[in-house]
Design a protein around this ligand. Structure first.
Ligand code: G6P
Length: 607
């Protein structure tokens, strides 16, 4: 969480800093700030609230002078969102400024030490100790000082540092939190993620843990903490500039919903060759594959919901037990896991702290990890044993849509690939499933073409106090995602329930007019879920069904959104579309800040 940018060049830095922060706002948006060296001193402008407040304060950057500067958009950890807690933070005399993403775990100890030396802190943040430490240890060489300060820090950080005395350099460093260096023509950049610099350059360097970048106008030098130079390959970013822009849509979320046919196609197509699923990314031998006795899936948020879908699919198709864990729980429960367990880690950003640490825990215990990641070169992608990328392109809206869909697509590919190798899928079934998989993008497209009915239902229920989602089997897994989508962006209370479980308590919450969204796609259980629908209707619920067009009779049980029929395994990819659209339209009607819902951030790099 938190976004960092920095610029050094011959142009005025202000406009790039604000523009870059706008691209990174998905990482946190409770306050923002910039600091520029105006030639004689460091000038800080920062403000509580979204970036637009800072933009107003600086007249869109017009009031910012200087050709070197750093900026930050914050998701508060230590210290409430406020002007004073916003970054950049200055040292006591104002000669050093720091932006930070991550958490300094021993900050209190360091703060106590500095306080005992007479340093008075202005903010409640952990970050301020870094700025104060730099000044405390500074003896004329900023690089040496930063290296000394790093020795004192415990925790995770990506840092950008500038100083009053050195208007010709930015120092950047990272440990665990992401940071990239953008290489321009007589100008260079730092950023938490490539989206911030795409309009400026596609040439980047990825900093590894404990590497220090010294950015000047005409070049960048990377060193390690022993001051040895580190030579790095320049990477070219493939992402399209327009992918990080709204492109005429009112919200990123809507744009990303509409991009799903392409994202799913881009993820699936290159991996189906001559009717066979080819996953060159997986380095496991057939023997290794056959030796696994269990699959373990680790993820957070919506990625975890993909894991729940995967459990139903893998157990049915591969006949292997699957355990799905919330990464934050897995880490601390002394899990039973060894080299006979295959671990699958799912993460859009590839940097979610809990997911990353859970992955390392699994690796420490001998498990082989395959990650499913969207951001190329991110920590999880690099540190897992094998990585299968989702080709969703940059996802900006906090509530995930196209990343979720592409993660599901990878699960289908894996199920087919493993099923073939393990011999649990017969050739006819394999062929039929590959054929259906290839049709997914056009079927998603078809649902998107008929979104008006969902818009109408949203207009009927957007004032509801509670909304329940029910389903059985794989439909239950999907209902978890439908419910999360709705609550995170519309602030309507919502719960997802395994339909058969409702009567063990939650049904007491159903009253006249309560909307219940019932997923009725799983062929074998239609009769069972219909009974559960009737149970809630009897208690006053108003039911919306999501069902396949092969079952027109479902309409007699509730207002129904029909999706094209496909095989059970693939239906979550179709049924999730109306759920995403429902959440989107409800939030839009309520006037919510859809792309940046309150209290959330897209990239969760703290525990
Ligand atoms: C945040 C996002 C979710 C996402 C979750 C896990 O909560 O808002 O959309 O599912 O983090 O993120 P990851 O990047 O690991 O998929």
């Amino acid at each position: 969480m938190c976004g960092i940018v920095g610029y050094i060049g011959y142009e005025q830095a202000g406009s790039f800093l604000l523009d870059g922060l706008e691209k990174l706002e998905y990482r946190g948006y409770d306050s923002a700030g910039v600091c520029l060296n105006d030639g004689s001193e460091l000038v800080v402008k920062k403000a509580k609230g979204k970036l637009k407040v800072l933009k107003e304060l600086t007249q869109n950057g017009k009031l910012l002078a200087g050709t070197v500067g750093i900026g930050h958009t914050r998701w508060a950890t230590h210290g409430e969102p406020s002007d004073v807690n916003a970054h950049p933070h200055l040292s006591k005399s104002g000669r050093f400024a720091v932006v930070h993403n991550g958490i300094i775990e021993n900050y209190q100890q360091l703060k106590d030490y500095l306080t005992s030396k007479g340093i008075v802190f202005r903010s409640m943040t952990d970050t301020e100790v870094i700025a104060q430490l730099i000044e405390y240890y500074y003896k004329g060489d900023l690089v040496d000082t930063v290296i000394k300060v790093l020795e004192k820090l415990e925790g995770s950080y990506a840092l950008g540092v500038i100083s009053q005395e050195n208007p010709d350099e930015i120092i950047a460093v990272r440990k665990e939190s992401p940071l990239i260096i953008g290489l321009g023509d007589k100008e260079n950049y730092i950023a938490s993620d490539v989206t911030a610099i795409l309009t400026k350059t596609r040439n980047i360097l990825r900093l590894e843990n404990n590497e220090i970048a010294i950015l000047k106008r005409d070049g960048v030098k990377i060193i390690d903490t022993d001051k040895e130079e580190v030579r790095k390959e320049i990477e070219t970013v493939e992402w399209d500039v327009s992918a990080a822009e709204k492109g005429g849509y009112e919200h990123f979320m809507f744009k990303e919903i509409m991009e799903q046919p392409k994202a799913v196609k881009d993820t699936i197509s290159p991996r189906i060759r001559n009717g066979r699923v080819v996953l060159d990314e997986i380095k496991l031998t057939d023997e290794q594959l056959k030796s696994f006795t269990k699959v373990n899936i680790l993820a957070c948020g919506s990625a975890y919901h993909v894991g729940v879908v995967a459990k139903y699919i893998f157990e049915k198709m591969l006949r292997i037990p699957v355990e799905v864990d919330l990464a934050s729980e897995f880490r601390y429960r002394d899990p039973i896991i060894n080299d006979k367990v295959l671990t699958i880690v799912i993460s859009q950003s590839g940097e979610t702290a809990d997911t990353k640490e859970a992955m390392k825990e699994a690796q420490r215990r001998g498990s082989h990890v395959i990650s499913i990641v969207n951001v190329v070169g991110s920590a999880i992608a690099v540190e897992s044993n094998d990585v299968i990328y989702t080709w969703a392109g940059p996802e900006i809206a906090v509530a995930t849509t196209k990343a979720y869909s592409t993660q599901l697509a990878v699960i289908y590919l894996m199920a087919l690939y493993f099923g073939d190798k393990l011999g649990t899928i017969v050739p006819d079934e394999y062929k039929a499933l590959v054929g259906e998989l290839e049709k997914l993008p056009e079927r998603i497209e078809k649902i998107l073409e008929h979104k008006e009915k969902i818009q109408y239902l949203a207009s009927k229920y957007f004032n509801s106090k509670d909304v329940f989602f029910i389903g059985r089997n794989i439909d239950y897994a999907l209902s978890l995602e439908g419910s999360l989508k709705l609550k995170e962006i519309s602030y309507i209370h919502s719960e997802a329930y395994a339909a058969g479980e409702l009567k063990h308590g939650t049904i007491s919450l159903i009253e006249k007019g309560t909307p219940v969204i019932a997923l009725v796609t799983h062929e074998e259980l239609i009769g069972k879920i219909v009974s559960n629908i009737e149970e809630v209707k009897t208690r006053g619920a108003e039911v919306i069904c999501i069902a396949c067009d092969s079952h027109p009779e479902i309409e007699s049980h509730g207002q129904t959104i029909f999706i094209p029929k496909s095989c059970d395994m693939l239906l979550p990819s179709l049924a999730v579309i109306p759920l995403q659209l429902f959440a989107y339209y409800v939030s839009s009607l309520k006037g919510c800040d859809i792309d940046k819902p309150r209290n959330l951030a897209k990239s969760v790099t703290v525990e």
